[in-house]
Design a protein. Structure first.
Length: 337
């Protein structure tokens, strides 16, 4: 059987035909349904439309070299999603229900998992559905959970190329309480500043470095890389704990790199670039994307010769090899469905 090629449409604009859904009503979850993707009618008073009760996850199913369908680190994404629902005071879907809903969505769309570098991007989403515009200060008593699947190619238009990133030291990406969760509101908060910098500076993304403390971009973590080391901000509540970040750090250790999780100052990033080091963004969507230039105030800080660093490529390839089963899954990260 021939599997679909990687889509050439923009990331997230094409959808596999089936989704799984479940609803929370009267204090209990309904049975999971496996249904065609279609518009969902909601009352205009629905909680999420007014008070932002929404969170999501992003993970991928890959097409193995042997044709198998392989979900990457499902358990980690399920745990993180449950943490997001907790912060948003939405109902806990539970490990079993959410795991089952993701697996059944992937199985129903198995024929739509493209070959690498494409994949099936999975988007579990929960929204507050209580029809009540008086509930500004109370959690939605009803909710809907769905798992939408999107065949994707490369995240960044133009494929793998060195990115240009603006450094933002004044405006935060989100609020402290929401830093480590995938709340829909976080992306609304980062939108205006990201658009402004894109327009002014022609950048791909914004790197948030509040008061010089280098954290992450709007949807990916940031790493400094050279021949010996991978350096990234130590986990705290202010930023999103990427599953890709964790995976790459683990693989970097396996490959003999020294991994340093600690404070990363903007000064160090600049001197790292001057010494010929590499920088990259990590995330499910971006995988590991090389940073070519940082735009900071009136300066342009260049990593390498505007090309893609060899250590970045090596780490990226190690992760891609694991996704497709070209190397053994020694950490038990892959769920074949
Ligand atoms: C999703 C996300 C990431 C990357 O997380 P992964 O689990 O690696 O996909 C990083 N930062 C933000 C703000 C995110 O929303």
């Amino acid at each position: 059987m021939a599997y679909p090629p990687p889509p050439t449409t923009p990331f997230g604009t094409q959808f596999a035909p089936i989704m799984t859904t479940a609803s929370f009503k009267g204090g209990a979850w309904t049975e999971t349904e496996v249904v065609p993707v279609a518009p969902i009618p909601f009352h205009p008073a629905t909680h999420v439309f007014h008070y932002g009760s929404a969170c999501f996850e992003g993970l991928k199913a890959h097409r193995g070299l042997d044709g198998s369908v392989r979900i990457f680190r499902l358990d980690r994404h399920v745990e993180r999603f449950r943490g997001s629902t907790e912060v948003l005071m939405l109902p806990d879907p539970g490990v079993e229900r959410l795991t089952d809903m993701v697996i059944r969505a992937v199985q129903a769309n198995a024929a739509h998992v493209p070959v690498a570098p494409g994949s099936l991007y999975l988007r579990p989403t929960m929204i507050g559905t209580e029809p009540n515009i008086g509930a500004a200060g109370s959690p939605s008593k009803e909710a809907m959970l769905f798992v939408l699947c999107s065949p994707v190619g490369d995240y960044f238009a133009g494929g793998l190329r060195p990115l240009k990133i603006a450094v933002e030291t004044e405006q935060p990406r989100t609020t402290p309480m929401f830093g480590r969760v995938k709340a829909a509101a976080n992306y609304a908060l980062a939108l205006a500043i990201t658009q402004q910098r894109k327009r002014e500076l022609g950048v791909d993304q914004v790197l948030f470095a509040p008061h010089g403390d280098v954290a992450e971009t709007g949807a990916s973590n940031f790493m400094l890389i050279d021949d010996d080391r991978v350096v990234t901000k130590a986990l705290d509540d202010s930023f999103l704990h990427g599953v890709t970040r964790d995976s790459l750090l683990t693989m970097a250790r396996d490959l003999g790199y020294r991994v340093e999780e600690r404070h990363v100052g903007l000064d160090e990033v600049i001197s790292w670039a001057e010494r010929g080091g590499e920088a990259a963004l990590s995330g499910t969507a971006a995988v590991l994307a090389p940073v070519g230039t940082l735009a900071y105030k009136d300066r342009e800080i260049r990593f390498g010769q505007g090309d893609i660093g060899k250590n970045t490529l090596r780490l990226r390839q190690a992760l891609v090899d694991l996704h497709v089963g070209a190397v053994e899954d020694t950490h038990g990260w892959i769920r074949v469905v």
